[in-house]
Design a binder for this molecule. Structure first.
Ligand code: PHE
Length: 338
């Protein structure tokens, strides 16, 4: 019996010390000290052995039991500690590790220039109005003093959707829409997309315009000059010279094309301005009395000016871009420069 107890002690201590984890240790406890273990069996059978031997064997069994229990307890602490440090190691966060980084989007250059232009006019007290991209001939032409079959319709290479339905060729129809609905005084800008059958390095079938018009009593050409000069100086720089050149639009009389001193050569004449020293920026003029009549205003009582500019053109001149397609190809190497 003593040998058996010693054997259990050796095996048990061995099993305990070689347990790799808490589950293995628990298995060793059940096997060597559990209710159904050989060891517990021996303890129970103590009553059946020779009374002479009993105290000695009993003491031995107790000694081994204590040893096994202490060993179990000790091993349990060791395993708990190592499992905990393993967990800490696994869950460790290196706060100095570089982050994934958030890719920031940015505003498209056309949106940026459009916003800049809008902000300048908002600062001058203008309000924003919008109209539909798909228009009728009335708003795009007739209302603007461009009768059917009049040669001036050729100024715009129109894209038709159906009979009498077209993609607006300019933002000027918004003038008619607003004036038909509202009374003077008005100071309005109308940003939006316009469409023309036109395509080369500087023309795209879809592009953006910013229209503007002001109607009140006694508005003069001087007001037009002052307003557009202020706008162009804020847009291109306070030091820039501005020039008003006679022109023609069916819906303005008189009409003026507005040029700004070439920003590349500062007026000396270069490739960009084709040697003239000037860059054509926008069309403008005093609203034609026929337009006022068409919207139900009395041209004897009110006067006003209107202007329209191409946003792509302004962006190209401002940033020295020579191909309009760069705005629509969405090549990030281009877009990320703005
Ligand atoms: N609508 C004209 C164009 O697209 C520009 C313009 C607007 C001219 C308002 C005069 C007044 O060419």
């Amino acid at each position: 019996m003593e040998d058996k107890v010693r054997q259990i002690e050796t095996e048990g201590l061995q099993a305990i010390s070689s347990a790799q984890n808490l589950a293995a240790l628990e298995n060793a406890r059940i096997k060597y000290l559990g209710k159904k273990s050989e060891f517990t069996g021996l303890l129970r059978s103590l009553g059946t052995i020779d009374p002479e031997e009993r105290p000695k064997v009993g003491a031995l069994i107790n000694e081994v039991k204590t040893k096994l229990e202490q060993s179990l307890c000790h091993k349990k602490i060791v395993l708990l500690q190592s499992e905990q440090s393993k967990k800490i190691e696994e869950e460790k966060i290196d706060v100095s590790f570089p982050g994934k980084g958030i890719k920031r989007g940015r505003m498209h250059p056309i949106t940026q220039v459009m916003n800049e232009a809008k902000d300048i006019f908002l600062g001058l007290g203008y309000e924003i109005a919008e109209g539909p991209d798909i228009e009728t001939e009335y708003y795009n032409f007739d209302g603007l003093n461009i009768p059917p079959d009049h040669p001036s319709r050729d100024m715009w290479s129109t894209l038709f959707v159906a009979d009498d339905v077209l993609l607006r060729t300019h933002t000027s129809p918004v003038q008619i829409r607003v004036m038909k609905k509202r009374k003077a005084p008005l100071a309005i800008i109308a940003p939006g997309r316009v469409y023309r059958r036109d395509s080369d390095a500087t023309h795209s079938p879809v592009f953006h315009q910013l229209e503007g018009f002001l109607v009140d009593k006694k508005v003069t050409f001087g007001d037009l000059k002052g307003t557009l000069t202020e706008f162009l100086r804020q847009m291109f720089g306070e030091d820039k010279k501005v020039r008003f050149r006679p022109s023609f639009f069916p819906f303005t009389e008189p009409s003026a094309e507005v040029d700004v001193e070439c920003m590349m050569c500062k007026g000396k004449g270069c490739r960009l301005c084709k040697g003239t020293g000037w860059l054509e920026i926008l069309g403008s003029g005093m609203i034609d009395p026929n337009v006022f009549t068409a919207v139900g205003y009395d041209p004897e009582k009110v006067s006003g000016f209107a202007f329209g500019m191409g946003i792509e053109r302004i962006a190209m001149l401002k940033y020295g871009i020579d191909n309009i397609r760069l705005f629509f190809e969405n090549d990030l190497r281009f877009l990320e420069q703005f």
